[in-house]
Design a protein around this ligand. Structure first.
Ligand SMILES: NC(=O)C1=CN([C@@H]2O[C@H](COP(=O)(O)OP(=O)(O)OC[C@H]3O[C@@H](n4cnc5c(N)ncnc54)[C@H](OP(=O)(O)O)[C@@H]3O)[C@@H](O)[C@H]2O)C=CC1
Ligand SMILES: O=C(O)[C@@H]1CCC=N1
Length: 301
């Protein structure tokens, strides 16, 4: 009889997460919040300090620093394996897990850019592999994820779809669509947070104390998000309701339009798409082992 931890629906499967960084923690927090009852959850990080950060109740956190065979141990007995390391770490992770994957275990890659062909080859070519591109609001079950199924069997795709549906919306696309979604929905929350940061800076520029400026920015972003989520109304319509003829909003928005906000966002989307495509083959960027590298762009590593 098939071990129930290796087959069936997502909640029935033992889960291994390779990587314990920002996205791994986001996903685990979202699944815990949604009450997805995995029979067991193991994570693997490079360092013991990172493992300590994710050793939550119900999570066994292993590290390569403590145990060089941690990745192999984690995937043995797992019916679901989520690979959540930086794209340029795949070459180091794949040899550790390829030979240890259980027959039929579904591998979910959340790595930006890395193509299904590359993943299948690196992992030995026998396990089903599905790519998913989640975002950090998944932590509060308000995420949006792209899913590219490739050649995976419909039953396996359904398991992965259900898993990410617990974290929010799931859009099924081909791999080119997934590369585009990497910036649009994967990085999208960062654009919104950047806008909130700029709003706080503008508030300070106009004389508000830093704590008041932060409250203003947070309140505006949270309030606008709640309004669009709860009403389901079109963002253009919600904006119109704020914009009086020749009023304050009209004047403020005109400044952004004159400076081509729309063109800037399209250019940002194009730059993100180009980088996602580059990540398919790119080596690690310089300084990528130290984190954070930049207070301006705020990379995690
Ligand atoms: N952050 C986001 O919003 C999104 C990220 N992604 C993708 O998710 C992936 C992870 O991103 P993110 O979580 O932000 O990155 P982080 O740098 O925060 O996390 C990467 C994790 O990988 C671990 N790691 C590195 N090498 C190994 C190894 N050989 N074996 C096991 N674990 C290892 C690191 O361990 P240690 O900390 O100990 O070094 C760290 O815990 C990336 O591929 C990214 O493209 C996709 C969508 C959104
Ligand atoms: O910045 C990155 O590369 C990852 C993918 C999308 C969001 N974070």
């Amino acid at each position: 009889m098939t071990d129930p931890h290796l087959a069936g629906t997502a909640p029935a499967r033992a889960l291994a997460v390779i990587g314990a960084g920002s996205l791994a923690r986001t996903l685990l927090a979202g699944w815990q919040r949604a009450g997805v009852p995995f029979p067991s959850v193991l994570t693997v990080s490079r360092t013991a300090s990172r493992a300590a950060e994710i050793a939550w109740p119900g999570v066994t956190a292993l590290s390569l620093e403590d145990d060089a065979s941690a990745a192999t141990r984690a995937v043995r007995g797992a019916g679901l394996v989520v690979v959540a390391v930086k794209p340029w770490m795949l070459h180091e992770v794949a040899p550790r897990i390829a030979g240890a994957l259980e027959p039929g275990a579904i591998v979910v890659s959340v790595m930006a850019g890395v193509r299904l062909d590359t993943l299948r080859t690196a992992l030995g070519g026998t396990n089903p592999v599905v790519r998913v591109l989640p975002n950090t609001p998944s932590q509060v079950n308000a995420g949006i994820a792209g899913l590219a199924a490739g050649a995976a069997a419909p039953a396996d795709v359904a398991v992965v779809r259900d898993l990410f549906a617990a974290l929010g919306d799931v859009i099924e696309v081909d791999e080119d669509g997934l590369d585009a979604l990497t910036m649009l929905s994967g990085s999208g929350p960062a654009l919104m947070f950047l806008l909130a940061e700029k709003l706080a800076t503008a508030a300070e520029h106009q004389g508000f104390a830093p704590d008041q400026a932060a409250r203003i920015a947070r309140g505006v972003l949270a309030g606008a998000g709640a309004l669009i989520a709860e009403t389901g109304d079109d963002p253009a319509e919600l904006r119109r309701r704020i914009t009086s003829v020749q009023g304050v909003t009209h004047h403020a928005v005109s400044v952004l339009e004159e400076r081509d906000l729309g063109g800037s966002v399209i250019a940002a989307a194009d730059a993100g798409l180009a980088r996602a495509r580059e990540l398919a083959t790119a080596p690690a960027p310089a300084g990528s082992t130290a984190r954070p590298t930049s207070p301006t762009t705020g990379e995690t590593t």
